[in-house]
Design a protein around this ligand. Sequence first.
Ligand SMILES: [Zn+2]
Length: 349
Amino acid sequence: MKYVLFKRKYSYHAIAAIVFTVAMLAWMFFFRESLAVSRARYKQMTGLERLEYNNANIEETDEKLADHIRVPLPGNYREADVSTYVEPVSRIITIYIPKVTENFIYDNPIMGCETGITGLEAGPSDLGMRLQIRTEVLQEPVLTFEDRYMYISFKDPKEVYDKIVVVDAGHGGDDPGMSAQDTREADLNLTIAKYLQDLLEDKGIKVYMTRTEDVSTSLEQRVDLANSLEADAFISVHCNAQKDDEDTLMGTQVFYNAEDTSGASLRLAELCMDSVTSAFESNRLLCSKGNDIYIIRESKIPVALVEVGFMTNEAEMAKLLSPEYQRNAALGIADGVLKAYDRGIIHND
Ligand SMILES: [Zn+2]
């Protein structure tokens, strides 16, 4: 009897030991699997998923991770080679880090703060590693370099720049605007707007463009950019067209927001009108109430929409096609904006 009891006891222990061992092995196997996903699966994750995964699974004591994104760099990196670009409408910050190989990217985890980040992609490109970060609200990246890491933090544009103007090149992409002599208004507007950007930035004013290429940007996106930034001024560049199949009208027309009770929009529009028309002796048309124009109606900051000249008028269209005339148009608008700053019409807080 004792023998039998002993035998049963022994077999219970053996079964328990086997069950325990199997459970341990299974647990270890799955635990290991959850700690180290396969390289293929890791590469398939979005950059943001990888960031979250790394944060959750890698033990770290670096305090800067609380408010920075930390990007590992190879030993031979040069800080000066790193380039950044902020696209304000999509709120995508692109950072190129040369000399970083594909293997390095996947072997060296990016970690850090996920707050305010709605997208992150890190991968190889012709220019080395391309890191793209999409932020919830428009932010400017601040890069610092320490040991073999690049740390990224973010600042509100107003903390970085004293003066900010949003420049809008009308139309673009699916919407060419007016067309005349094989030229699309969208392209003319963009050329003038880019000159304007350069001129204002030369004077220390930060310019955010609603577009810098031939792309479709909605009216809502354009005015949202100006409003969310609380920029000093919102300048929209267009070329005009006479609607009644006539070509009698020529000259410059500027639209303003008549519901801007401060009067800043009207005064900004008048200054642009004065400066543009004197810059190239164009015919001065009226400053017009623009409240049936969406971006003017919705603008919460001083706004001026400058219709540089009429594409429907053959003589004026010939001028509009000349780079010199385009530059003069931009010079005129820039001069109007600068005068508005000087006179405290904009940026008067
Ligand atoms: Zn237009």
